[in-house]
Design a binder for this molecule. Structure first.
Ligand code: PDD
Length: 281
């Protein structure tokens, strides 16, 4: 259930929240977003998500008219009103409402916020059993570091994966593995965790930063350098990470078993370490 929506005017009942036809998000996909996990009523890694929201805003030349304190308080209120235990907070900010204009609107047009809290169980099936992945070409633009609401290529990649019986797509740009459709991607080779560097070709996942810190704590070596499709196919383990999927083992790639075809030991160690860090209700 989702009964309340945060809009510029405050928190309103869902039925009273409407998107204007002239909203820049609606017209151009001119906006950014964040998805934050809530565990036992407590938002997880909230500040890094707000930091990234601000980075995305800056990257598209948009100022957020709310400070982090105001956003944090409003989000906590959404969680409380929904009596949410496990779920997500979704925050979207568009460049505001203005008759269709192919450049930035006049300065008096304020960004428009839409945020809500919604129940979503933890992803037990994919984290426990693992998931199948499909390799697809990365057809996105060159600013994948911006968490833009333009998710058409991501959604098309995930749809292709689904049509092949897979839960996630892993994308490659000319043979270099970038990331999942809605997740970051990792391989384990010779006991080392490899993942694409956080540059313009991937989204710097908040879960990714968290995992790399956990790797350091576990003494697991990490290499943040581009790796190839061949490395992916030869990997001992593959796993993905995201706010929604947490840390999930990929047990088949394009129908072929990864490693032994069951979740690997490094992935399991990281999952255990990840669970230890979650807020307790
Ligand atoms: N997606 N890469 C892409 C392309 C993503 O869309 C996401 C997250 C990630 C992982 O980022 P994080 O760890 O900060 O969630 C990487 C969210 C969950 C979504 O759109 O639902």
């Amino acid at each position: 259930m989702m009964n309340w929506i945060l809009r510029n005017e405050g928190i309103v009942p869902r039925g009273r929240a409407h998107v204007d036809i002239d909203d820049r998000g609606h017209q151009f996909g001119d906006g950014i977003y964040e998805v934050i996990r809530v565990y036992g009523g407590i938002p997880f890694l909230m500040q890094p998500h707000l930091d990234r929201l601000r980075r995305s805003a800056r990257a598209i030349g948009m100022a957020l008219p709310w400070d982090d304190g105001a956003l944090t308080v409003r989000c906590a209120e959404l969680v409380a009103r929904e009596a949410l235990a496990d779920g997500i907070l979704y925050i979207q900010v568009t460049r505001g409402v203005c008759p269709r204009l192919q450049v930035f609107p006049p300065e008096d047009v304020l960004p428009q916020i839409t945020a809500y809290a919604r129940a979503m169980p933890r992803p037990r099936a994919e984290t426990v059993d693992g998931l199948h992945a499909r390799l697809v070409p990365d057809i996105r633009w060159l600013r994948c570091d911006i968490k833009s609401i333009n998710l058409l290529p991501n959604m098309l990649a995930r749809q292709t994966a689904k049509e092949h019986g897979c839960g996630e797509a892993i994308q490659h740009r000319d043979g270099t593995v970038t990331e999942g459709a809605f997740s970051n991607a990792y391989i384990v080779a010779d006991g080392t965790v490899h993942t694409h560097p956080a540059n313009n070709l991937i989204l710097a996942g908040i879960t990714r930063v968290h995992i790399l810190r956990l790797c350091a704590g576990l003494g697991l070596p990490v290499v943040e350098e581009p790796f190839r499709v061949d490395d992916l196919r030869r990997a001992e383990e593959i796993f993905i990470s995201s706010t929604a999927s947490e840390v999930a083992p990929v047990i088949r790639l394009d129908g072929q078993p990864v490693g032994g075809g069951t979740p690997g030991t490094v992935t399991r160690r990281l999952q255990a370490a990840f669970s230890e860090t979650l807020p307790k209700a």
